[in-house]
Design a protein around this ligand. Structure first.
Ligand SMILES: Nc1ncnc2c1ncn2[C@@H]1O[C@H](COP(=O)(O)OP(=O)(O)O)[C@@H](O)[C@H]1O
Ligand SMILES: O=C(CO)[C@@H](O)[C@H](O)COP(=O)(O)O
Length: 498
């Protein structure tokens, strides 16, 4: 039996899955790693923690699946986007990776805007946001000049892991689009942006397509994982591009909601000229000659994880969320905004922080848990609102990510979004999308669409319930006021943050 492996290098953990020709997932394993928040707004990981986690996960996957290594034909990757990995001449990281949810680079964003003006949006299709890679490069150059002097190349997180597995240096278009250095329409590094920011083109890695073959496993990594050194490796893509592939979001009009560490509302776009004026992100898809637009909530699943870690450390997510279904929409008058690390869509604001509004003596932990789920969903609804206001009709949304494991949350999405929610048999869309890129690269299918027909399996449908839809429409209007009402308070509180 021929199989492929999809590796999803997430923020909370790396997940690896093994899929066969029919898209059945035969085995799945994960390894988590730490995230470091040295100061408020900072977020870093050690690149070699990702590599160690991936190698361990692959070893366990091969052992669990109990199939011959020769039958595993290909591997591909999905990865958390935007994180800056700087390598020296010898290919070693010169510092920790600075992640997508690190918001220390506001000054660098203003510098990019000042140097590039309207050119930035015209070339990259995106505004300067703290999470993107270019501001992080500028931050290291300014604040750690001796570290920057050692750097000869930058990579994104999954590219570093793939480099360690194969010895080959590449970046795919879908991930490169999130660096703010790519000319999105022509799929080339932008000479104009590099020149304006006084960066050498040599710092950018060679570009490839997501399904491109990039090499085989290094013999020592094959030995460590139990895989064959002949296993073919394909480039892979940004986790949201791969999530979309794994959810079958491959043509205009299809929409996905992902609740991982971050939260995303994403729609597929056929035309590189689609214009949202920078209100949402616009990136190259993992499918050739396609694009996607998306709004991002920085702390979606992260808000729930933070709540669990802080107030119910010993509980599982299932235990934490037990009973939320018996609390009515609105959590008895308790509202939560998920701005734990600042926000991206619709408020690009590194200073804002979250709030619970309306705490009452009658509230119990279950009300807080439901309010957190509702606040995250309201935040995602703000992105959906942007798409609907731009004229998109969105009646059905495929839901993926860790949040899609909870049926109450899936029904809540249907009610808040006023759309039908499709849950998949396999909630790990990005890992499945990576496996699909490997399957396409191996020549199992003619196109990603053909592959999706076999791999993407719908499991259940949640329909909006009119009473809950009406309640949430009212609550959403109140939710939307909290940002403006707390913005100045948070600016004043900034001086007291660590
Ligand atoms: N059983 C569950 N019910 C609801 N949410 C969950 C559950 N398990 C995990 N989550 C949420 O999913 C998030 C992790 O999702 P995942 O897609 O694995 O993230 P990432 O790819 O960023 O590592 C957690 O932060 C948590 O909030
Ligand atoms: O910054 C973004 C997208 O622009 C995030 O979506 C990251 O790509 C991290 O994803 P998860 O770990 O939450 O899947």
């Amino acid at each position: 039996m021929s199989c492929v492996i999809g590796i999803d290098l997430g923020t909370s953990a790396v997940k690896a899955l093994l899929a066969d020709w029919s898209g059945d997932v035969l085995a799945e394993v994960s390894r988590s790693y730490p995230i470091f928040h040295e100061h408020s707004g900072w977020s870093e990981q050690q690149p070699d923690d990702w590599v160690a986690g991936t190698l361990e996960a692959l070893r366990e996957l091969v052992e669990t699946a109990n199939i011959s290594a020769d039958s595993i034909e290909g591997i591909s990757f999905s990865g958390q986007m935007h994180g800056l990995v700087l390598l020296d001449e010898a290919g070693n990281p010169v510092r920790n990776a600075i992640l997508w949810n690190d918001t220390r680079t506001t000054a660098e964003c203003r510098e990019i805007e000042q140097r590039l003006g309207d050119k930035l949006l015209a070339i990259t299709r995106n505004p300067a946001l703290e999470g993107f890679t270019l501001p992080k490069l500028l931050w290291v150059r300014k604040h750690e000049p001796s570290v920057f002097a050692q750097a000869s190349l930058f990579l994104l997180p999954k590219d570093y892991v793939r480099y360690r597995l194969t010895g080959a240096l590449h970046m795919d278009f879908s991930d490169a689009a999130g660096t703010l250095l790519l000319d999105v329409a022509s799929k080339t590094w932008s000479a104009d942006i590099l020149a304006a920011m006084e960066l050498s083109a040599a710092i950018c890695p060679p570009l490839v397509a997501s399904h491109d073959y990039v090499g085989t496993l290094l013999p020592e990594q094959a030995e460590r994982t139990g895989l064959s050194p002949a296993t073919r490796v394909f480039a892979g893509g940004a986790d949201n591009a791969c999530g979309a592939i794994g959810a079958g979001i491959l043509q205009e009009g299809l929409t996905m909601c992902s609740i991982g560490t971050s939260g995303v509302i994403l729609t597929c776009e056929q035309d590189s000229d689609s214009d949202y004026a920078g209100k949402v992100h616009f990136f190259n898809h993992g499918k050739e000659e396609a694009y996607y637009a998306m709004g991002v909530t920085l702390a979606a699943g992260y808000s729930l994880s933070w709540f669990k870690e802080t107030f119910a450390k010993e509980a599982s997510f299932q235990e934490l969320l037990a009973g939320v279904e018996s609390v009515a929409p609105g959590s008895n008058g308790l509202l939560f905004t998920p701005y734990l690390v600042g926000e991206r869509t619709p408020h690009a604001d590194a200073v804002i922080r979250g709030s619970f509004v309306g705490i009452d003596g009658s509230h119990e932990r279950v009300h807080f848990a439901r309010a957190v789920m509702e606040g995250i969903t309201f935040s995602l609804n703000e992105s959906l609102d942007i798409f609907r206001r731009s004229g998109k009709r969105i009646g059905t949304i495929v839901s993926i990510g860790g949040g899609a494991q909870n049926p109450v949350w899936l029904q809540m999405q249907a009610d808040v979004f006023n759309a039908e929610i499709v849950a998949l048999e396999h909630e790990q869309g990005p890992g499945l999308g990576a496996a699909m890129l490997a399957a396409l690269g191996c020549g199992w299918f003619e196109s990603l669409e053909d592959c999706a027909n076999a791999f993407v399996k719908r499991a259940s449908l949640y329909k909006p319930q009119p009473e809950a839809v009406a309640a949430y429409a009212g609550l959403f209007r109140i939710y939307q006021q909290v940002y403006e009402q707390t913005r100045e308070l948070n600016e004043s509180l900034q001086a007291y943050r660590g």
